[in-house]
Write a protein that binds this ligand. Sequence first.
Ligand code: DCP
Ligand code: MG
Length: 584
Amino acid sequence: MGTFKKLKMYYWPYKKYFILSMSFLILITAITVVYPMILQLTIDDVVLQKKYSWIPYLSIGFVFIMAIKGVATFINQYMGDLFGIFSVYKLRNSLYEKLQFLPFKYYDNAKTGDLMSRLTADVEGVRFFLSYGFTELLRFIILIIISVIVMCYYSVPLTVVTLITLPFLAIVVYKFDKAVHPAFRGIRKSFGRLNTNVQENISGINTVKSLSRENFQTDKFNDSNGDYKVQNLSTSFIWAKYFPLMEFLGNISVVVLLGFGGYLVIKGSMHPGELVAFYSLVWYIIWPIVNLGFVINMFSQAKASGERLLEVLEADNMIEDQSLPIYEEKVIGEVEFKNVTLRYEQDAKDALYDISFKAMPGQVIGLIGSTGAGKTSITQLMTRFYEPSDGEVLIDGKKVSDYSIRALRRSIGFVLQESFLFSTTIKENISYGRPEATMDEIIDAAKRAQAHEFILELPDGYDTVLGERGMGLSGGQKQRIAIARAICVNPSIIILDDATSAVDMETELEIQKALTEVMKGRTTFIIAHRISSLKHADEIIVLEDGRIKERGVHEYLIKNNGLYQRIYEIQFKDYQTVLSSITG
Ligand code: DCP
Ligand code: MG
């Protein structure tokens, strides 16, 4: 029950719906047991003793009770649903909010498909239990208790004899649950795999098609679909096997009831109507026992789901605002690293080691080095996407941890290799970082990002809605929208991480123009593989294996006999070769 105790803050505020639902449930269950009693009266008094004058009263009474039951059922179901829906609304919002504030470190180890299923299927699992699980459980218990009381009122010996076979039924039900529970888990797992398959296929459709692996994907899907089918078949077999057995055992009770009950009636110690009522009542006991497994199943699934949700809700935010003092103001743009070391995982090797440098406001710093050298890592420490394991990162002379996260991230803009665009209008994509931006500011940002012209050529201009993953735009166009988005926030520090590597040479020129515009008056960090992109930097830092190997301006580094010079020669020679092949 620990899981539900921990989740209490999400559902207990709505306890009034729960209590209402439960109170009416008791009423409904009591009325259910009245049916057989009316049947008994009709047979024993009306039919056998010929008291036909009772018929109108019995009929009116019956209709009246039915009407009450109808209203009670409505309130019970609706309130139960409200309880589940309201609770889960709160829960889902909290989860989503939590996801926004979880650090990158969390996402490094999380899988999209898994998180998605937590937010959908697991939340639904909890809702279903809150809405129906509790209710059903209580209904069964009340139904059994009231039925047994009424049965004992008619005849204690018959009650004992009839119920004697029920423990066997309970054993079979228990066995059935043991078999069906793992089968259900198998189905869920298999369905999860099927989902992941589809999700990855759709997200990676470019890769699938460009490597013409359509058949492979189809086969892979066939496999997981086949597995899902097998899982369903085996579950279905368990059902088919156990249900007749349970019904058989239930019917044995009925046979015993009719045999011994018939004897009592003939002997005259019981009325025929009472026997008929008994027949109905016994099913009110058998039916809950058979279904008890369901509810227990629902409970264990909801518990598992609840645990998965708590894992997210209780995950460590790790990087949070300090309580005091917090600098809220926008930064000017001086960046200093003092002996910074970064390790992503406790026992991993250093991704950065003893990094020190200083960038004055408005300066351009180039970062170059082979893949995995730590270029991106340096920039992610400025925004506190990660925390340094050692050393200090200072902006305007103050530790980054003394700024509010919000101020920090509004002061630092990113343009990445591939930028994510939301499936909404171009306008909203550009103003994403500053939703209050006016239309004029948006257009100005687009113009400076060299995006204004192509945007005007789109069907709805700035109101054009982009497809999923920015479908419908070229890589270069997407990149310019991303640049406009960065300009729109007007950050003091801008980070261009491989911003031109995903586009062709011609587009690169356009983007370079846009980037020059972005860099104006801002401290800029350019990460690039091509020396041409960063040779005008005020300082170039050459990284290797997380360490600074060389530093200085372009003119110095090309004569320094180091890594930079080698990169330069390779790229320059290539260029010469290309040039000579063109000119012949
Ligand atoms: N790393 C990690 N966990 C992360 C990010 C990186 O363990 N979430 C490791 C992988 C590399 C090292 O840190 O060994 C440096 O990674 P960077 O992303 O900083 O490397 P670069 O940006 O220099 O590489 P690239 O040019 O490929 O972008
Ligand atoms: Mg990188």
